[in-house]
Design a protein around this ligand. Structure first.
Ligand code: ADP
Ligand code: MG
Length: 681
């Protein structure tokens, strides 16, 4: 038996309800629970009050010096008493824990954990223990897990501790001995025990170091093994691209390609013609002209007698691409169709039939396009975006369905090249370096909320010129928790401010059809100003829109702001971006400054990385980088490089595929579905 096969419900204390909530966190097996690492520790070691700063969360030990006082207000209450700690008198305060009153006897020793208020000499207690009854947390580091629903830290601590008690003997090593020695890594079982209940900080760090290496090494191994398999087996399509036809198509475009576009198209066509499976990342700033590159590649696959698929994140985008590809390919007699969640059952049936018979050349759609019951007669090329980046797993699913198309992934989130190569070891990278000539850089301003009247004037001016504007808000509707603008209110405000203009509203809670209708009306110029959440973020192309206003801009990541800004400046007119924000921190101000300083996406990505200090949560969704359980791309970048070299070296060795000592690793690869069955022969 393997911990990956044992249901988590075998752990004592985990029953139906809890199991369901664990499942929401992706935990269904014992292995998942053990590999659900804490993201930090709470330090319960006893501190010296003279060394403590105001506002710190600390643990101290002292003696109760006064009778406790319980005050009630409404349904809430406050319990307090005096405690002497190292000759200091401190007021300890508990909120809503009236039942503790009887235990707070003067003279009794107590350990308090909570937030220190220097001015009032007071502690707001979150946790307390009595040494005369034995303490379990005092002096330890307690793991803090990312939890949701009704799962508490207490439950997670207990559950992992119980899982370790029952199963730690079954935790087996996966990293080869030579690598454990090379980096002096803790054995897996030891590290697993320590990471969930460390004795001290140093201990915890060592366990983390081991697990970070493991995660990155396995990640790299998966990519390199898959690459080795696909590279060594020339079982991709050697597409017989009709180059003269592709050249004619390019000549027929209403503009000349930039040097980068030409170079990148050549790289892609080269790959497609070779008998290996292409797996290429196309990165280029917003507006760099990636769509045309994709179109040329899709056209090329059709000239080779294959079909192409274009997969995008939203229906709006799918619609838009469907329209532009249909127009672009019309003169060449290509059949383009759209498949989304809104396609009716009947349309869908007909569409899938003609797809399978090869009567359709290009299928544009959202997520479900590749999976499920969709079969192509001969799929030559899949173009997708970073959100649907084909992981090793999806690609091997396609392979098992008998399809082995070339894959082109597009991203508008520029990633520094070294980072890209390391994080996407399974991809070749092509980059569009420059924007098409003649683009006027978007003028960007950062203003405070109090200047909103001026922003209104700006919208009015652009409208008078016949131009259109976007106004982006962080939220759909009013929130109790966040004091930021919401789209629904702003929509009402703006419509009142501009009774003669049509103000539209777009957000993620509308149906696909509703969103499409609004987008159409905006595109047709019937709506002048579109108030929206970030649903319009990616790829939307309305050349007549020249003004992008972002409310509470400090709520967004830099790359997201850059994406939003990229929605304007797509036509011949001068465009503007106005960021409305009152950032509270220096970093917040610097981020706004970065946006006004440059419109270069690579530069913005660089500043973004710089401004996120180590230990900051590295929002991988925005960065386009993979999401790890314990590793952090910024902090652990060097480890990632080592892991990459180790994995590449190992995979290149013949023994890796045969020797007994690598069985755990090969089992891992098998579990991760990267083989199509016959590779192990
Ligand atoms: P993105 O890289 O953001 O997907 P698009 O492909 O949408 O960029 O291109 C943005 C706009 O620039 C489109 O309207 C497109 O037709 C136009 N475009 C693309 N390539 C060129 C070029 N070489 N010269 C002029 N305009 C171009
Ligand atoms: Mg190929």
């Amino acid at each position: 038996m393997n911990l990956n096969e044992i249901p988590v419900t075998e752990v004592r204390g985990i029953g139906g309800q809890k199991a369901e909530e664990l499942q929401a966190l992706g935990i269904t097996r014992v292995a998942h629970l053990l590999e659900y690492y804490p993201f930090r520790y709470e330090d319960y070691s006893i501190r010296d009050l003279t060394q403590v700063k105001d506002g710190e969360k600390i643990t101290v030990q002292g003696k109760i010096m006064s009778e406790p006082v319980l005050q009630r207000y409404g349904r809430k209450n406050r319990l307090s008493c005096k405690v002497v700690i190292d000759h200091f008198f401190v007021t300890a305060v508990w909120f809503n824990r009236p039942f503790l009153k009887d235990q707070l006897a003067p003279g009794r020793e107590i350990v308090l954990t909570g937030k220190w208020d220097q001015r009032r000499h007071q502690m707001t207690v979150s946790d307390s223990e009595f040494p005369d009854r034995g303490t379990s947390k005092t002096g330890t580091l307690q793991p803090v897990y990312s939890v949701g629903g009704s799962l508490t830290q207490h439950f997670m601590r207990k559950a992992t501790a119980q899982a370790l008690t029952q199963y730690s003997a079954m935790v087996s090593e996966i990293i080869p001995a030579e690598l454990l020695r090379k980096y002096r890594l803790l054995p897996r079982r030891r590290a697993m025990e320590i990471i969930h209940r460390p004795q001290g900080t140093e201990d915890g760090n060592e366990a983390r170091r081991r697990m970070v290496y493991e995660e990155l090494f396995l990640f790299q191994l998966k990519m390199h093994a898959f690459r080795a398999i696909t590279r060594n087996r020339a079982d991709g399509l050697a597409q017989q691209v009709d180059l003269p036809k592709v050249r004619a198509f390019v000549r027929g475009l209403p503009f000349t390609l930039t040097p980068s576009q030409k170079k990148v198209i050549a790289e892609i066509l080269q790959d497609m013609q070779e008998p290996y499976t292409m797996n290429r990342l196309l990165q280029g700033d917003v507006g760099a002209g990636k769509t045309v590159v994709a179109a040329a590649a899709l056209y090329a696959t059709v000239t080779a007698g294959c079909q192409g698929a274009l997969m995008v994140p939203t229906e709006i985008l799918a619609e838009q691409h469907n329209r532009s590809l249909t127009a672009m390919f019309e003169p060449y007699g290509l059949q383009v169709a759209l498949l989304t969640g809104s396609t009716t059952a009947r349309q869908r049936r007909e569409l899938l039939a003609s797809l399978q018979m090869g009567m359709l050349d290009i299928l544009v759609g959202t997520h479900a396009l590749i999976q499920e019951d969709v079969f192509f007669r001969k799929l030559g090329l899949v173009v997708t975006d970073e959100q649907h980046r084909f992981g090793v797993n999806q690609r091997s699913i396609l392979r098992r369905k008998g399809m082995n198309p070339d894959v082109l992934t597009m991203t508008a989130t520029p990633i520094p090249r070294t980072l890209a190569i390391t994080a996407f070891g399974d991809l070749d990278v092509s980059t569009l370096r420059e924007l098409p000539k003649g683009r006027k850089p978007i003028k960007t301003y950062w203003v405070r909320h109090e200047m909103f009247d001026r922003v209104l004037g700006f919208i009015r001016r652009e409208a008078d010129e016949g131009r259109q504007a976007y106004v982006i808000c962080p939220l759909i509707e009013e929130s109790e928790k966040l004091d930021v603008q919401n789209a629904i209110d702003v929509h009402v405000q703006l419509q009142q401010a501009f009774p003669d203009l049509k103000v539209g509203l777009l957000h993620g809670r509308m149906t696909g059809a509703e969103k499409d209708e609004i987008m159409h009306r905006f595109k047709d110029g019937e709506i002048h100003t579109l108030v929206s959440t970030t649903v319009i973020e990616v790829g939307v192309d309305v050349p007549n829109a020249t003004l992008m206003v972002v409310y509470d801009a400090d709520r967004f990541g830099l790359s997201q702001l850059h994406q939003l800004r990229g929605r304007v400046g797509r036509g011949e007119h001068q465009s503007f971006c106005v960021l409305i924000a009152d950032p509270k921190t220096e970093v917040g101000k610097e981020r706004m400054q970065a946006m006004t300083d440059t419109t270069d996406g690579f530069e913005i990505a660089r500043r973004d990385l710089e401004l996120r200090g180590p230990g900051d949560f590295f929002g991988t969704k925005q960065s386009g980088l993979p999401d790890f359980r314990i590793a952090d791309m910024m902090v652990d970048f060097e480890t990632m490089e080592l892991a990459r070299d180790d994995a590449a070296e190992l995979v290149a060795r013949q023994e890796f595929w045969t020797a007994a000592e690598y069985i755990p690793l090969r089992d891992f690869l098998q579990r991760e579905l990267i083989f199509d069955g016959d590779i192990m022969d």
